[in-house]
Design a protein around this ligand. Structure first.
Ligand code: FAD
Length: 620
């Protein structure tokens, strides 16, 4: 029997990062996947990033993951969303050529030392004495392993719905993974069902773009990865287009509600709240006059377009009718019909923060199998499962990001403590510390981990260290250089359109004005002229949000202090108002020694921790 340190099941967005990380950490890894061609396939929209998702991609990049590099390689339109809003809520997004993205990822996987790729379907998980020992595949091969990571995506007992037509499969015309569901059930896991859907793809030759609004990419596209050279980055920027549904579209869809699998009872799984199908949108918001449709190229050749906003599982004739009612799509020819898919997932409350299952040692889950939706959410879990599987083999503690350290920490903490009943996606509003967890500082927050783990390369880390030195130097200038009001300074400020100063003040105060920018800073303080763009960005953000950032840091320190509070051994949880029976039972069962240990128990909420803290203080 062939033996590996780590086996990863599934070559989707989670599986790729889950396989690359331990391989780069020197572990012998096997990636088993259904179709090698489909490694890194984008099942739904041809885009990476977006609000909060861009944060995840940049954090994966800072750890040494691949998603950002692949996006820079395959991107065909780069935009920063919310560019005019605060840095905490900006989100990078790129349309990708989904073929190039896939080929890039496949090439990386097949060229990574220590990583073996094999096209086989895993049917059975082999467990001995509560510990994972290997897998058995559809070719009856058995592979031995110390750690196993399941990233099966939408494939476990996948059923697709095209109107009344039901097909088994994990993605359009790809096989479902059936036996592995049974194997998980035999091991005691309870599988639940979720649903997601996708839209029709249109032959570009049949679209009348003149009837649509054009949506160009940014004038100065910025790469996703810190490792991509900004100076040479010059991707082809293809436009997207915007059109709208109308009354006629809505009438066609509404008059066919009785044929919609979503409403006939044919679909049982819960769908994504934030990415609903068009029939769901019309049902929930019947009075809305029109809905956006973003028409997005799927590849650089732009032969097929994706209709973002029109996900559906309505019958094929209805799909044709309602698409033809939309301006610019009157003569649209559908290359692939939209469909919904139902699949098995496992409540992530079965997992520890390391993404290892609580019940079976060495077994990890990552990606859509944990109830999430989205490539970025999947990849973020994938890299963490990969890292923690490798650390476990070495007998080391797992890496668990706190909520104030990374969006990845927020994602995993939400999943394993709260579970989910609908596909979970990331939002900036899920983070309590948005101002600290920005896209622009992901590399500064997480590069140390990536480097120490051996995933992030030396050259990149040297650049990060240099950037840190520059920022520190810049902060010193900001805090220690004073500007005295005189004719010359005030004339300069006036020329910049800035208010004059009346008294002596640190440059920080002037640089922190909302109207201030890089050009003005360089004029006011020529000391900054040799600073890199990245360093100046951090310096200006710090100047502008200094007080808020410091306040969030103080909150975190207070929270850390609180979590270190010891819980007396004889502490009585019963009878405390505000603690649910479930929480009391868990706390009595586990008897956590500190508030931090209590907060780690699944289902114990931050509000419950606050209450216990108050009662501990009352006993003093
Ligand atoms: P996947 O990308 O699904 O990859 C799973 C991989 O595992 C595949 O390569 C598969 O071949 C392999 N595999 C599975 N079982 C086995 C086995 N037993 N043995 C070997 N290999 C196996 N996301 C959104 O954010 N918004 C959307 O609107 C959206 N719509 C979607 C619509 C459809 C129809 C589908 C199919 C997906 C949609 N998604 C959407 C989800 C998105 O595709 C996933 O979030 C993302 O791909 C999850 O990544 P993953 O790595 O967990 O799984």
């Amino acid at each position: 029997m062939k033996e590996f340190d780590v086996i990863v099941v599934g070559g989707g967005h989670a599986g790729i990062e889950a396989a690359l990380a331990p391989a780069r950490m020197g572990k012998k890894v096997l990636l088993l996947t259904m179709l090698v061609e489909q490694i890194g396939a984008a099942s739904c929209n041809p885009a990476i990033g977006g609000l909060a998702k861009g944060h995840l991609v940049k954090e994966i990049d800072a750890l040494g993951g691949e998603m950002a590099l692949a996006t820079d390689h395959a991107g065909i339109q780069f935009r920063v969303l919310n560019e005019n809003r605060g840095p905490a809520v900006r989100g990078s997004r790129a349309q990708i050529d989904m073929d190039r993205y896939r080929i890039y990822m496949r090439t990386v996987c097949l060229n990574t030392p220590n990583l073996t790729v094999a096209q086989e379907i895993v049917d059975e998980i082999l467990v001995k004495n509560g510990k994972v020992v290997g897998v058995k595949t559809n070719l009856l091969n058995e592979y031995k392993t110390k750690a196993l990571i399941l990233t099966t995506g939408t494939f476990m007992r996948g059923i697709m719905h095209f109107g009344p037509v039901k097909l088994e499969g994990g993605r359009f015309h790809e096989l479902p993974a059936k036996k592995i569901s049974k194997s998980l059930e035999d091991l005691g896991f309870k599988l639940e069902r979720l649903k997601t859907g996708t839209t029709a793809r249109i032959d570009a030759r049949t679209i009348d773009f003149s009837k649509m609004e054009i949506q160009p990419g940014d004038e100065n596209p910025k790469p996703f990865s810190f490792r991509t050279d900004k100076k040479t980055f010059n991707p082809t920027q293809l436009p997207c287009y915007i059109t709208y549904t109308n009354e006629n579209t809505h009438d066609i869809i509404k008059s066919n509600f009785h044929r919609a699998p979503l409403f006939t009872g044919q679909i049982e799984g819960v769908g994504p709240r934030y990415c609903p199908s068009i029939e769901d949108k019309l049902n929930k918001f019947p009075d809305k006059e029109r809905h956006h449709v973003f028409v997005e190229p799927q590849t650089l050749e732009a032969t097929e377009y994706y209709l973002n906003g029109l996900s559906t599982s309505l019958p094929m004739d209805v799909q044709e009718d309602f698409i033809h009612s939309i301006p610019g799509l009157e003569n649209a020819k559908i290359v692939r019909f939209g469909y919904a898919i139902e699949y098995d997932f496992i409540q992530p409350t079965n997992l520890k923060h390391s993404l290892e299952t609580k019940e079976i040692e060495g077994l990890f889950f990552a990606g859509q199998i944990n109830g999430t939706t989205g490539y970025e959410e999947a990849a973020a879990q994938g890299i963490m499962a990969g890292i923690n599987a490798a650390l476990k083999i070495d007998g080391k503690e797992p890496i668990i990001f706190r909520r104030d350290e990374a969006y990845i920490g927020v994602l995993i903490d939400d999943l394993v403590t709260k579970g989910t009943n609908e596909p979970y996606r990331m939002f900036t509003s899920r983070s309590e510390y948005r101002l600290l967890l920005r896209e622009d500082n992901a590399i500064l927050r997480l590069a140390d981990y990536g480097y120490e783990l051996g995933i992030l390369d030396d050259k990149t880390y040297e650049r990060v260290q240099k950037l840190r030195e520059e920022i520190n130097r810049g902060m010193k200038i900001l805090n220690e250089t004073f500007v005295t009001p005189n004719k010359q300074i005030n004339a300069m400020l006036e020329e910049m359109g800035e208010e004059k100063i009346q008294s002596k003040m640190e440059i920080r105060k002037i640089a922190g004005r909302h109207t201030f920018n890089r050009e003005k800073l360089l004029k006011l303080a020529p000391e900054f002229k040799d600073f890199s763009e990245d360093a100046l960005e951090q310096i200006l953000i710090d100047a502008r949000y200094h007080h808020y950032i410091e306040r969030q840091k103080a909150q975190i320190d207070k929270m850390k202090e609180m979590l270190s509070v010891k819980i007396p051994e004889d502490f009585e949880y019963k009878g405390i108002p505000g603690l649910s029976r479930e929480i009391v039972e868990k706390l009595e069962k586990f008897r956590p020694p500190t508030l931090f240990a209590a907060s780690e128990i699944s289902g114990v909420t931050p509000a419950a921790i606050d209450i216990i803290h108050m009662y501990i203080n009352m006993r003093k």
